[in-house]
Design a protein around this ligand. Structure first.
Ligand SMILES: Nc1ncnc2c1ncn2[C@@H]1O[C@H](COP(=O)(O)OP(=O)(O)OP(=O)(O)O)[C@@H](O)[C@H]1O
Ligand SMILES: [Mg+2]
Length: 238
């Protein structure tokens, strides 16, 4: 099967800092793939490099739907169907929930957008309840739902999520993860970056472990979960 997303030997520098040292990973049709690693390992950098947000990569290749996307502008990459929920959420605080969601659909026809808005409200009844509320006044968990909902409004072929559970209460984390599973069951592959590796490896099909800008392990989520080194470093068990 062809890979939906294929990253090959990606290097990236922030000035003199060599943040990514030959990262390779793939996401195939139907999958949830997780990228786990400690603080500063290069997870966010990997996602931002893929989305084109970091500009020119040092070297390597990024392919989406079989075509090179490295070197393209972020909006062009997004318009090809690659959506991203950023770390820190980046919603528009002064706009309402509904306005934020509609921004996600800016590339699409109003009719399609209305249909998808209803679908997002079905997935997140809370967002429907709060549709006229200013997004900046939503709770952390609600803002995260909004960020995911907005990405869905792009009708993506793949969603990348950076720490969707960050700062959320355990109950809300469960909600977010069950939504991720639901989105995936509807046919959208997910590349998920998480510190919460325990939960991430439970819903993922495969995972990669990144340390200091290098992928040090790649395996099925099941095998990673039972790996002693992974348990010790990332699952809070010894
Ligand atoms: N804009 C930047 N300028 C310089 N260095 C940066 C910049 N952004 C990130 N870095 C560095 O690149 C490395 C990788 O950072 P990155 O944000 O990708 O880590 P991460 O795996 O997402 O970590 P966390 O789990 O803490 O979010 C870190 O050493 C970080 O300090
Ligand atoms: Mg990060």
């Amino acid at each position: 099967m062809t890979n939906l997303l294929e990253v090959k030997n990606l290097h990236f520098h922030y000035g003199k800092i060599h943040a990514l040292k030959g990262v390779s990973l793939e996401v195939r049709e139907g999958e949830i793939v997780t990228l786990i690693g400690g603080n500063g390992a290069g997870k966010t950098t990997t996602l931002r490099a893929i989305s084109g947000l970091l500009g020119k990569i040092t070297s390597g290749e990024i392919r989406f739907l079989g075509e090179r996307i490295d070197g393209l502008k972020p909006h062009v990459i997004a318009s090809r169907g690659l959506a991203q929920c950023l770390e820190g959420r980046h919603i528009f605080g002064n706009l309402t929930v509904r306005e934020n969601l509609n921004m996600g659909a800016y590339l699409r026809s109003p009719k399609e957008a209305t249909h998808d808005l209803e679908h997002v409200y079905t997935l997140f009844p809370r967002l429907y309840e709060r549709r006229d509320q200013r997004a900046g006044t939503l709770s952390g968990g609600e803002q995260q739902m909004l960020a995911v909902g907005r990405a869905l409004m792009q009708k993506p072929r793949l969603i990348m999520m950076d720490e969707p559970s960050l700062g959320l209460a355990p109950k809300v984390i469960q909600d977010i993860f069950s939504i991720i599973k639901k989105i995936n069951a509807e046919g959208i592959p997910v590349l998920l970056v998480e510190q919460n590796s325990n939960v991430a490896l439970k819903i993922a099909n495969r995972g990669y472990v990144i340390e200091m800008g290098e992928i040090v392990m790649a395996d099925s989520a099941e095998r990673l979960r039972s790996d002693e080194a992974v348990k010790k470093s990332y699952l809070g068990m010894s």
